[in-house]
Design a protein around this ligand. Structure first.
Ligand SMILES: Cc1ncc(COP(=O)(O)O)c(C=O)c1O
Length: 397
């Protein structure tokens, strides 16, 4: 088969192959970014699906508008106003098939081969893959505990360097590190981007999973003249299988281009699931209560994992994320976590090595990501004990 040139940018992941081996039921996996299935609001979604079929069955099963289901777009505007103080019109909202599709559509309409995209380093793998599949030159920016460093952004925007197409950020509980951008850092980064008229793509799947601290505003709200796109999704607050998400932009030309690209991709997001989501979130206060339950359970799981790390992984450093699904570990010395993972199925525990998340050279090999949302507290304790053994065995080898 002679594939298109763009397929050169898509490389099979060695890590994905190793992780396949760790999917056996007796393996405790901290690898995926999976929400806790026992907290899925199954009864509410079933009730909503039934209500959709009672209210307007043919409408729910018919083709729909590319931009999305009107009442759902309106709900999104209320939701983002309440949660991130973002003020948008329903006409600014494009419903997408997961935020992953939004990343693909943005790449499709904005990127020519060789265009530069700036990301925080390490960055979200799905975004890196989307950008690279359109042959972008992805450039990683240094980040610290407060997010991307302003100096790194300034350097990437120096006049002698080719102008980047956009900056991609996850300010709340980033994937893979769990880091959040501080309020001051948000202001600094938004100010630099606005001064350089650089488009910022803010991806916010985890913002509502806040365990402590104040909710911080979205970047575009801090800097009204920022050229800015905001992405949200129901994946982590309802269920990921629904594949319902939203992109918000006030740039009418960009919106039109994205809607055209979406039309070519899938005509529209499933009419039925959009309506199910809209009906499921209708009862006043229900979603807020559900999210509170998620936060309570995930916070406890995070704490169990942090205690277990202190007990079983003395040879490393890690952060204490104040929300989201992940934390990030850096091991002392030069242990290669990709090599360690090869023995993971034998020890019946899995994690994701850090290497694929890093952009550019040299790639640190001694980092890894842990997910704390998916396993119960008991499984986390058992899995972390196994991980400790695995790391001790790797060190001794
Ligand atoms: C930062 C980030 N963006 C986007 C996505 C994709 O979300 P969705 O399920 O809405 O496609 C994920 C999924 O894990 C993610 O971590």
């Amino acid at each position: 088969m002679i594939f298109a040139e763009r397929m050169r940018g898509m490389k099979p992941s060695a890590i994905r192959e190793i992780l396949k081996v760790t999917q056996a039921p007796d393996v405790i996996s901290f690898a995926g970014g999976l929400p806790a299935p026992e907290l899925f609001p199954v009864a509410e979604i079933a009730r909503a699906a039934q209500q959709v079929m009672n209210e307007d069955p043919t409408g729910a099963l018919q083709y729909g508008l590319t931009e999305g289901h009107g009442p759902l777009r309106s709900w999104v505007t209320t939701h983002v106003a309440e949660t991130v103080r973002l003020h948008a019109e329903a006409s600014d909202v494009l419903i997408t098939q997961g935020s992953q599709q939004a990343l693909d559509l943005l790449s499709k309409v904005l990127l020519d081969p060789g265009d530069i995209v700036l990301v925080e380093n390490p960055g979200y793998l799905g975004a890196l893959q989307a950008f690279q599949s359109y042959q972008a030159d992805v450039v990683g920016l240094d980040a610290d505990a407060d997010g991307v460093r302003p100096a790194a952004l300034e350097r990437a925007l120096a006049p002698a360097i080719r102008r980047p197409k956009f900056l991609y950020l996850i300010p709340n509980y980033q994937n893979p590190t769990g880091t959040s951008m501080s309020a001051q850092r948000r202001c600094e980064i938004a100010a630099i981007a606005a001064r350089h008229q650089l488009l910022v793509v803010e991806d916010d799947p985890y913002g509502r999973l806040r365990f402590e601290g104040e909710a911080l505003p979205a970047l575009g709200e801090l800097q009204p003249d920022l050229n800015w796109v905001y992405l949200g999704t129901v994946s982590k607050i309802l269920t990921p299988g629904l594949r319902v998400a939203w992109l918000i932009t006030r740039d009418k030309l960009l919106f039109q281009a994205l809607a055209m690209a979406k039309q070519a991709a899938d005509l529209h997001t499933s009419t039925f699931t959009q309506r199910v989501v809209e009906v499921a979130v209708r009862p006043a206060g229900w979603l807020a209560q559900h999210v509170e339950t998620l936060c309570r359970v995930y916070r406890a799981r995070r704490d169990v994992m942090l205690h277990a790390l202190a007990e079983h992984v003395p040879q490393g450093r890690w952060n204490r994320p104040s929300g989201g699904l992940f934390l990030w570990v850096t091991l002392d010395g030069n242990i290669d976590t990709t090599e360690v993972l090869k023995a993971a199925s034998e020890h019946k525990v899995a994690f994701v090595p850090g290497a694929p998340f890093w952009v550019g050279q040299p790639t640190p090999t001694n980092t890894f990501r842990l997910n704390f949302s998916n396993a119960s507290e008991e499984r986390i304790l058992e899995g972390m004990a196994r991980l400790g053994k695995l790391l001790r065995a790797a060190k001794a080898a």
